[in-house]
Ligand binder design. Sequence first.
Ligand SMILES: Nc1nc2c(c(=O)[nH]1)N[C@H]1C(S)=C(S)[C@@H](COP(=O)(O)OP(=O)(O)OC[C@H]3O[C@@H](n4cnc5c(N)ncnc54)[C@H](O)[C@@H]3O)O[C@H]1N2
Ligand code: MOO
Length: 400
Amino acid sequence: MIELEQAIALVTGALSPQIDSELVPLAQASGRVTACALKAPLAVPNFVRSAMDGYAVYATDVVRASPEQPRRLTVLGTIYAGDHMSYTPRMGTAVRVMTGAAIPPGYDAVVKQELTDQGQAVVQIYQPIKAGKNLMPIGEDIISGQVVFEPYTYLNGDSVGILASLGYTTVPVLQRLRVGLIATGNELVIPGQPLAPNQIYNSTIYSLAAYIERTGGQVVLQTICQDNPAELMALLTQNKQKADLFITTGGISVGAKDFIPATLTANGGQPLFHFVNLRPGTPIFAANWQHKLILSLSGNPFAAMVNFHLFYWPLLVRFQRNEHFNLKKQTARLVAGKMPATSMRRFVRAKLTGTEVVIDKKGHYASVLHNMIDNNCLIEQIKGKSLQVGDQVTVYSWPD
Ligand SMILES: Nc1nc2c(c(=O)[nH]1)N[C@H]1C(S)=C(S)[C@@H](COP(=O)(O)OP(=O)(O)OC[C@H]3O[C@@H](n4cnc5c(N)ncnc54)[C@H](O)[C@@H]3O)O[C@H]1N2
Ligand code: MOO
């Protein structure tokens, strides 16, 4: 049995970082990772524009302006955002401008309309203004040619807006991690089919698929496999080209039908580990088979989810070359609930709000998933220690 950190290092070492990219429409780029440096093809803004509704002026014209002795300027006209107007600025004049309007070259400041009499043909200015005030110079936001996103940057909603401001319509991003999901067990039935006596619905794999599809990954195969070595090998062989990673559930403990480790080993797989010092999900197994990583999770639904969260996110970090995908680790105070001392390092389902965490009163069996409703994290429980109200605990929550 090896330690969790060692096991994670073995699987992440066995998965090569992504090198393939694809172009996705801008609207789908949020949640993806840039495949190369993205440069600005233009400056933002790419003309001098007004930051206020007011009057473009020469600052030197209004140095002595005051409410008692306003400076009167001739208004040459009005420019709205988007207008293409040509005025010939000269000293002693102003142009009425709206926020976002292009400022005719020459004027060097915009006086807010509240500091004027808002005159039409002639405006009275009540205050002096510094040159440069209330106007946005070319490139104030982004300079033309600058690298806006380095390679392997995680793109969020803000990033997509920045790319839109630069006119991008498609974005080169790393391809997602292609995951093949195989739930093993003769007792499993697809939801929608009738259950024969002593059968159960295949449930775990739907949670796994949902997490995978949520960010960074893509489910390319989702199927049930009987406890049958030939069927497993046929499934892997048929789908080998489609997937970067296979995740299986069940069939890894010491039961007579726990066939996965032996089957993979007998068919040329190189085991990386079997059994890790954690609970639940102790029997987790991993192997390299024909240059594919196979991660075999425990069958018990909650044990499978613990295995998944602890191993999958670090794999995604490695593959997508970005820490965004990692579990978020933080310290929190246990404010309700408790757990008796554990004989093994353990991960306990809990609900985290800010820096406070609560352990549910319901059962904590590995075979039970339903009380994950409302839970959003795992508390790490150290071997030999109990968890009590007031404890400072280490908490892991999944990436967005
Ligand atoms: N004699 C021993 N028995 C067991 C040991 C042990 O050390 N000695 N370890 C136990 C532990 S811990 C775990 S965890 C389980 C793991 O067993 P497997 O990973 O081989 O899983 P299965 O036996 O195939 O299934 C366990 C349980 O989960 C149900 N299951 C399986 N797949 C699904 C699915 N996709 N959706 C819903 N439920 C599923 C399955 O029907 C079983 O009830 O072994 C203990 N035994
Ligand atoms: O490790 Mo098992 O996962 O206790 O249920």
